[in-house]
Design a protein around this ligand. Structure first.
Ligand code: DC
Length: 229
């Protein structure tokens, strides 16, 4: 790609719509940084669970300890690692004990503000693709390119189920579906920064599309944008 001015690309949408995989591919094509903001909420959840020996979430304790949460990313050949206070937690944050608690934590306004501040810092020099739920609305409302991914919940659950079968998380399809339905509800009903489409975001329904189709649609939109600046 020619040497264009760097921009910010925000990808929001429902869980398991392929946001992170596509963002990763786009970031390789553009030579941009990719930040999966969901992994930051997951790392913060792991931190919060460890604050209590019984693995209960205690919002008061979490708010008091925010400044102790240090999150860093390291890019490796086939992806990205996330470090919580210097510990590589990339695998642990994908396990059910974190996944099933993260929405509860993501509704704490103080924690959101803390993470949004870190996310804004990552985007200071532009040249970034960030995916999440509130990137085009709250983190980077000024982003030049915004996408909003939606998809049928059963299609998403099937994809997530097969993805997980190849790893060591062995949840049944029914459990994955139930957890997605629950997370959709928590994401959209949340009072603090609920999942909503930014007015200027391009909406893509991924239900009948392959990852390649979605990537190509986004890529042509980004190219058009870059050619205009
Ligand atoms: O994308 P994910 O499934 O890894 O996200 C984990 C959780 O974090 C999900 O329940 C929604 C929440 N989240 C959020 O509230 N805001 C973001 N920008 C990203 C994720």
């Amino acid at each position: 790609m020619a040497n264009h001015q760097k921009i910010i690309i925000a990808i929001d949408g429902f869980a398991a719509t392929g946001k992170s995989s596509i963002a990763k591919r786009l970031s390789n094509s553009l030579n941009y940084i990719h930040i999966d903001s969901g992994s930051m909420y997951r790392a913060a959840t792991l931190f919060a669970l460890r604050l209590d020996s019984k693995n209960n979430l205690n919002p008061k304790k979490i708010i008091q300890s925010l400044s102790e949460i240090k999150i860093e990313f390291k890019t490796i050949e086939d992806g990205q690692l996330i470090f919580l206070n210097n510990e590589n937690v990339s695998s642990e944050i994908r396990k059910p004990h974190v996944t099933n608690q993260v929405s509860k934590l993501a509704k704490i306004p103080e924690l959101r503000s803390y993470l949004v501040k870190l996310q804004k810092e990552f985007g200071r020099d532009k040249g970034i693709i960030m995916d999440g739920r509130d990137i085009g609305t709250i983190v980077f409302p000024e982003a030049e390119c915004k996408f909003f991914l939606v998809g049928n919940v059963e299609v998403r659950a099937k994809r997530r189920y097969f993805e997980q079968r190849n790893k060591d998380n062995k949840e049944t399809y029914e459990k994955v579906l139930k957890s997605l339905i629950n997370r959709d509800k928590l994401d959209t009903d949340r009072i603090s920064s609920p999942l909503v489409k930014a007015e200027d975001a391009v909406k893509i329904d991924v239900s009948d599309l392959t990852i390649d189709d979605v990537y190509n649609r986004m890529w042509s939109h980004i190219k058009k944008k870059l050619n205009k600046i």
